[in-house]
Design a protein around this ligand. Structure first.
Ligand code: IPM
Ligand code: MG
Length: 370
């Protein structure tokens, strides 16, 4: 029996707890059926932590996150906490987790599953078979750059400012992750910035090129301006294999890419830190959909993005490739059977809520494991 794997679950706000509930059922199923068991604990983050502790994430929760082998994150934020001011945003929870655990590589796959090819707003012929990976830098850039603030100018006006900054090391370490992933896929990497406008963008381009020349001469590298990339993603998304980009451009382009697949509700993500000398690697897994306050509490949220994030956790943090594939296969089968949550409804499919979707996945798991 392998030692228990320490899993910290942070459901957060909005639909976060609803979709996490379905993952818990998958975890229970695995506990019952298979050799792997998890040592699971949960905690508050985001608005739910503001309500209980007066802060978006406590130091104790951060410590638990550092001690865990992997973190499964739901979503944070909602109108209830919108008026508390910039220092008390629920979003601070995820930003602090990324920063303090040094989770610098945010992997955001966008794959079009065959049963969902008609759920995209783009023509099926454009997106069929799409399998794209965006590697977003997630601890640097304008999200964290200093100086930042709002100051009063001598003429009485105010001036708000943030700073985009990247060091050689920050670019190289996320670049290595992206080049490595490309090698395991179609061997093509597209690096995205605004080298035509931003000094830091030109530096990004030069640093990635030098890294390729030095360490990855076998990988095909292209460069693209971020605005062009947004256009190309809609025009012909299958031209891309792996994209590597900064924190802000990655935030935008990954939302865009998610829509190629039909629903934001479908997409998982992994955010990885460096492998430490002890062999441990911090890692956080979250769907990219966010807290979706407009549909929270209605039992209609799509749990697949969260469940597929759990599958990524099994694969990347614990090397449980077979178990990950099993969970992914169960999700695909449920879709093949025609079950859909509202966000991915298509003609001729049956509309189900969060709980029925979760139950159906358990039934598929039973069948697959039989
Ligand atoms: C994301 C989200 C976050 C981000 C927010 C919630 C801070 O949009 O993970 O993409 O901007 O990084
Ligand atoms: Mg985002």
């Amino acid at each position: 029996m392998p030692a228990n794997k320490k899993l910290l679950i942070l459901p957060g706000d909005g639909i976060g707890p609803e979709v996490i509930r379905e993952v818990r059922r998958v975890i229970d199923w695995m506990d019952r059926r298979r050799v792997v068991t998890f040592d699971v604990s949960d905690d508050h983050v985001g608005g739910s932590a503001i309500d209980t502790h007066g802060t978006p994430i406590t130091d104790a929760t951060l410590q638990k996150a550092k001690d865990a082998d992997a973190i499964l994150f739901g979503a944070v934020g909602g109108p209830k906490w919108d008026t508390l001011g910039f220092q008390l945003r629920p979003e601070i929870a995820i930003l602090r987790l990324r920063k303090e655990l040094d989770l610098f590589a945010n992997l955001r796959p966008a794959t079009v599953l065959d049963p969902l090819v008609d759920a995209s707003t783009l023509k099926a012929d454009v997106v069929r078979g799409l399998d794209l990976m965006i590697v977003r830098e997630s601890t640097g850039g304008i999200y964290f750059g200093e100086p930042r603030g709002v100051e009063t100018l001598p003429d009485g006006q105010q001036r708000g400012f943030d700073t985009e900054t990247y060091t050689t090391n920050e670019i190289e370490r996320v670049g290595r992750i992206a080049f490595d992933l490309a090698r395991k896929r179609k061997n093509r990497l597209c690096s995205v910035e605004k080298a035509n406008v931003m000094q830091s963008g030109l530096f990004w381009r030069q640093t990635i090129t030098a890294l390729r020349d030095r360490e990855f001469p076998d990988v095909e590298l292209a460069h693209m301006y971020a605005d062009n990339c947004a256009m190309q993603l809609v025009r012909n998304p299958r031209q891309f294999d792996v994209i590597v980009t900064s924190n802000l451009f990655g935030d935008l382009l990954s939302d865009l890419a998610s829509m190629l697949t039909g629903s934001l509700g479908m997409l998982p993500s992994a955010t990885l830190g460096a492998v430490q000398p002890s062999g441990k690697q911090h890692a956080l897994y979250e769907p990219i959909h966010g807290s979706a306050p407009d549909i929270a509490g209605k039992g209609i949220a799509n749990p697949l993005g969260q469940i597929l994030s759990f599958a990524m956790l099994l694969r990347y943090s614990f090397g449980l490739n077979d178990d990950a594939a099993l969970v992914e296969m169960a999700c695909v089968n449920v879709l093949k059977n025609g079950l859909r949550t509202s966000d991915i409804m298509g003609r001729g499919s049956a509309r189900v809520g969060t709980g029925v979707m979760g139950e159906s996945i358990l039934r598929e798991l039973d069948k697959l494991a039989a």
